[in-house]
Ligand binder design. Structure first.
Ligand SMILES: [Zn+2]
Length: 253
């Protein structure tokens, strides 16, 4: 398990997106693929015979149940009763062919309770990120603020390669790559480090300092309503967050 987690943290790269028009039925009707199915915990796992997933299925299940537990703790939920269909293919090439999207490492379709990742002996994109996309959309509904969706999803895994989110954000600060809070609405035009690490660090900070209920309000209303949600304006929040991340080692491992 620990080894698998390390592989995940070491190899996960930054691309993910939320897509539309894919369904479990449509995916299963793709004649280029043949899947084994195994239901465990919160997931229906779909994977190829003799694949790395099949060989390490117990560890894969354990990892995702632990991620689901963390996500429920973050969101202060007692349980999550939906079953998620989870396709784990062997590499990025297969992921692109199956989803029709060659630009991502993982994908979630919240409305369908459907998610995708890849896994082989050298690399994988499994973990909590896509799970959070699905669960948070289920309980909070859609948000107009894409940076929050990616921030919540990035926060669900806490560390990337295996460095903490605040450490990564501090590194971005040193490199002068952070964007101001007022630019987060345009986050999708920013570098991948900003889209995942900075947004994840901000969400982590706000969750830990102010609590999940205020973050839920932010999900609905956006940073322009920061004063009414947090009792301080957007610029003050940004100054606080930047000060906070300074206290974290900026070494990216
Ligand atoms: Zn994502």
């Amino acid at each position: 398990m620990k080894k698998l987690l390390f592989i995940f943290l070491s190899c996960l790269t930054t691309s993910c997106c939320i897509a539309q028009k894919l369904s479990t039925k449509a995916v299963l009707s793709n004649s280029s693929f043949s899947f084994e199915k195994h239901q465990a915990g919160h997931f229906n796992y779909y994977y190829a015979k003799d694949s790395e997933v099949e060989r390490k299925l117990d560890s894969v299940i354990e990892l995702h149940e632990s991620r689901m537990t963390r996500i429920l703790q973050i969101l202060k939920l007692n349980e999550y009763t939906e079953l998620i269909d989870y396709f784990i293919v062997r590499d990025l090439d297969e992921l692109g062919k199956l989803t029709g999207d060659t630009t991502v490492q993982g994908k979630a379709i919240p409305e369908e309770h459907l998610m995708f990742a890849y896994m082989n002996a050298e690399a994988n994109s499994i973990g909590g990120h896509e799970i959070m996309h699905i669960v948070v959309r289920d309980i909070w509904g859609k948000t107009r603020y894409g940076w929050m969706e990616e921030g919540m999803a990035s926060y669900s895994d806490e560390k990337w390669r295996p460095t903490g989110l605040h450490n990564l954000a501090n590194q971005l600060a040193k490199d002068k790559k952070l964007v101001s809070f007022s630019h987060l609405l345009m986050y999708h035009l920013c570098a991948v480090e900003v889209r995942y690490w900075q947004t994840g660090s901000i969400v982590k900070y706000l969750c830990e300092q102010y609590g999940i209920e205020k973050v839920r309000q932010l999900w609905k209303k956006g940073l322009s309503k920061a004063e009414c949600i947090f009792g301080k304006d957007r610029e003050t929040l940004e100054r606080e967050w930047r000060e906070h991340i300074k206290g974290h080692d900026d070494t990216v491992r």
